[in-house]
Design a protein. Structure first.
Length: 88
């Protein structure tokens, strides 16, 4: 699954928040800032774990304000299944 998260999501620790939550849920993938001020999150895991991470992403950490989220499927082979990383 790939989400693009919009709102006040850069400069508030959003990627690190997603990293911690993904690890807690056992989800692999990555988070990265996009040039337009949004954050891209790509996640692979069990349907339950990915759904739990999506709930977390929709709220974000303290200081974030999520105003929109778009979702789309991504090929499983596009995701490193071993870990969740923060891309720069």
């Amino acid at each position: 699954m790939k989400w693009v998260v919009r709102g006040r999501v850069q400069g508030v620790g959003f990627r690190w928040f997603v990293h911690r939550q993904a690890q807690a849920h056992g989800v692999a993938g990555w988070a990265r800032n996009l040039d337009d001020g949004s954050v891209e999150v790509v996640a692979l895991g069990s349907p339950e774990a990915v759904a739990a991470l999506e709930r977390d992403v929709r709220h974000g950490p303290r200081g974030a304000h999520v105003t929109g989220l778009t979702a789309e499927q991504v090929p499983h082979e596009a995701v490193d299944t071993k870990s969740f990383t923060i891309k720069h």
